[in-house]
Design a protein around this ligand. Sequence first.
Ligand code: PLP
Length: 365
Amino acid sequence: MAEVLAGPLGNPTGGHPPAQRARRLLEDAREEVAAILGRDSGDIVFTSGGTESANLAILGTLEGAERARGDAVVLCSAVEHPAVLESCRAAALTGVEVRELPVDGAGVLERETLARALSSRVTLVAVMTANNETGVVQPVREVVDEVRRRAPQAAVFTDAVQAGAYLDLAEVTAGADLVSLSAHKVGGPAGVGVLAVSPGVALAARQHGGGQERERRSGTQDVVGAVGLATALRRAAADRDGASKRVAALRDRLADGLGAAIPDLHSTVPAGVPTLPGHLHVCISGVEREELLVALGQEGVCVSGGSSCASGALEPSHVLTAMGVSPALAAGALRFTLGYDTTGDDVDRALAVVAAAVTSLRRLV
Ligand code: PLP
């Protein structure tokens, strides 16, 4: 990104040399992202991030479909990110019927319910590739097969924002009509994303103007951001298997250590359920979660208490509720996320800090 900024950078739609340079960089980035997703470069729409991509996928597909709003049905899993759930709810306000599909106790979509819900009225099915809170990986390819069998007119959208760093995106999202990504989840800059759109989808633009991105998303493109996204994805893909193994081993060490050090620790996701390598979700009872988060943060151990709303307040997690986790357990939800550069020393230090903080806070209760 620094290299790109160091040279003259025009508007990629212009004709002079700095514009041509910008266009070349943008189109190279597009090709790189397309190759990693197993798509054609013409399928790639650059956006401002995962949220915009989800809005465009859902509302753009509904608007582009030749079906009256009152006749359209959208199915989505109950554990989708708010970017997806709220887009579906916005669609519901326009008369579209939205059905949230249940997940089992592990957070995996119940496929029999999906099969029963599919009908000739279904326009779109949204099932995320992996969950942001628990890291649980959804059976996207099976969902695609089921949709093709029972509702071939419907498009399938998968929010792959969390999966970009560790999964083979071309493989796990194969067959989906719409796939979203966000740069800052793979080590790139915040504020850039992608929506891959298969040629068969009649996507209506949500943002109108100069017709950039093949009329699907107007506005001058963020060339520097696109280069950052493509570079981050390329680097993640180059070391995917090695990083996955390394990070999963550290995550397991953290899980085992926490289990040994903290009595009554609840593992939210049962063993054997496929998850992203960097995610560890647990519920710790008998402590005030906010106090625990503050105590950990002061020691440099940065974890998440679940989903936080824009104000930063902790809200009951819709993901845990959908999984049937009791409110008492969910009140102690903690999400640890390891990165590609997390070390064994980081894990050992986190273990010591978390164990000490939980022990001392439990004494106070
Ligand atoms: N989808 C998932 C699964 C996410 O985890 C996030 C962000 O955390 C988003 C969508 C939204 O992406 P962005 O922050 O780039 O808008």
